[in-house]
Design a protein around this ligand. Structure first.
Ligand code: HEM
Length: 439
């Protein structure tokens, strides 16, 4: 089970698949210091993320690199800090807030659709998805419009992440003054200013007693002395990293898959016509919160896309104490890598794993074992806090976009996947739009 397969930098997804194919479900990388192990069985993932989660923390290279940007935010912190932060943030993600998420998602998608050429044409749907999801995060979690501050914050976060991703791939001694390190320092300084501006603007608008958005909750915690100002900054940055590009990625890949599979797209269109009263030109209406239950095929398309292209394609943990995982003894200090991308491709759980088949998620849905392996949002106590938020947002944005237009591949364009912090299409994703009429 010891592997030495080249190619992780050039093609990380192919690398993981080759490792698993060649060496099985528990593969140790030959590392000079603490061991690193790829775990690919659902039972192993469950052991680490759910059953024995207390034995596993987040002090890994992956989260260490992210925390150069996020500080001790919810995504990268551990122990008591994490518990306290999760308690503070949780009410902002309560199901009663999802109605607002729904409203803002449809509104953002409507604004995006208004920029699409009415007669059809080629557009970069990835750029549109990034803009729409930024607006939804800003208006729901930060309690207001995304202004220049918000845009600057996102740009600075993305710049800092780019440097960090480079650093994970080629770790350098910490003392070395490199251009990358200088760039990171500059990006983090810009980010600090932008985060402070977002906070100042929110304060200037005034905090009302019934404001339940994440930023309001965090500000109240700061005012009560329960959260340091740096903690507030860390959570803002974490929310941008965790809640913006991930959802944009889910949307973009769903549109890509539906463009490739016109049969699946026709099924979604049929549902949209039935629920929303026809394609736009026939006087259909925008989707709303109450329609979510009926948009079964639309949501299933999103879930199946999250199976094939899970934006968070790897998560990692480090053993705080010795543990036995899938029959293999792993000493304290071991880093494990768990890849939803691999778990979602197990043929015994997902027959024809490479085929985009949203029907897997309709009706009875996945069987018990496949449900356990389906982890686009992680599992256990560190399950994504924004899961329902993301599913509501992606489903409704997709419904609003596709009720008046169909999407098609652009002939001759090759779509390539970049697996960095999230799984993204390299150089965006251009699709051809066509106005849609009721069948
Ligand atoms: C955690 C995926 C959307 C905020 C996670 C984890 C995954 C994930 C896999 C667990 C990481 C681990 O166990 O190490 C996704 C995907 C999304 C999405 C695929 C969209 C399709 C969001 C949104 C937000 C968000 C919309 C907030 C607005 C967070 C936070 C955590 C987290 C704060 C850390 C939770 C904790 O450790 O307590 N996400 N996420 N995510 N996500 Fe998401």
């Amino acid at each position: 089970m010891v592997a030495a397969v080249p190619g992780i930098r050039a093609d990380p997804l192919g690398f993981l698949a080759r490792l698993r194919g060649r060496y099985g479900d528990v593969v140790a990388f030959p590392m000079p210091r603490d061991p690193v192990v790829l775990l690919s069985s659902p039972a192993a993932a469950r052991r680490v993320l759910v059953e024995n989660h207390r034995a596993w923390g987040k002090r890994t290279a992956q989260y260490g690199a992210l925390s150069a940007v996020t500080g001790t935010g919810l995504l990268t912190s551990d122990g008591e800090v994490w518990r306290e932060r999760r308690r503070t943030a949780q009410p902002a993600f309560h199901p009663r807030g999802l109605g607002v998420v729904a409203e803002q998602s449809v509104a953002a998608a409507g604004r995006l659709r208004a920029t699409w050429p009415a007669a059809g044409g080629v557009v970069d749907v990835d750029a549109g998805a990034l803009q729409a999801t930024l607006e939804v995060v800003g208006r729901t979690l930060f309690g207001g419009e995304v202004t220049d501050d918000g845009e600057r914050l996102v740009a600075a976060v993305l710049e800092a992440l780019e440097v960090v991703v480079g650093r994970v791939r080629t770790p350098l001694p910490a003392w070395l003054p490199t251009p990358a390190r200088r760039r990171l320092r500059r990006a983090v300084a810009t980010l600090d200013v932008a985060a402070a501006d977002v906070v100042a603007r929110r304060r200037a608008r005034g905090l009302h007693e019934d404001d339940g958005d994440l930023l309001a909750l965090l500000l109240r915690a700061v005012d009560a002395g329960d959260l340091a100002p740096e903690g507030l900054r860390d959570e803002l940055v974490t929310t941008v990293i965790a809640g913006h590009e991930t959802v944009a990625s889910a949307l973009t890949w769903t549109l890509h898959l539906l463009a490739e599979e016109q049969g699946a797209q026709a099924r979604v269109a049929e549902e949209l016509d039935a629920v929303l009263g026809g394609a736009d030109e026939d006087g259909g209406r925008a989707p709303a919160w109450a329609d979510l239950r009926s948009l079964v095929r639309t949501r299933a398309a999103v879930e199946e896309s999250l199976r094939l292209f899970p934006p968070a394609w790897v998560v990692s943990r480090r053993a705080l104490v010795d543990d036995v995982v899938d029959g293999v003894a792993l000493p304290a200090g071991t880093t494990v890598i768990i890849s939803p991308w691999l778990l979602h491709r197990r043929p015994e759980l997902f027959p024809d794993p490479e085929v985009f088949r949203p029907e897997r998620f309709e009706g009875e849905g996945l069987g018990r074992e496949a449900r356990g392996a389906y982890t686009p949002f992680g599992a256990g106590p560190r399950l994504c806090i924004g899961r329902d938020f993301a599913l509501v947002e992606t489903t409704l944005v997709l419904a609003e976009l596709l009720r008046g237009a169909s999407v098609h591949p652009v002939p001759g364009e090759r779509v390539r996947v970049d697996a960095l912090v999230t799984m993204r299409p390299r150089d965006g994703l251009r699709l051809r739009l066509a106005p849609r009429r009721r069948a």
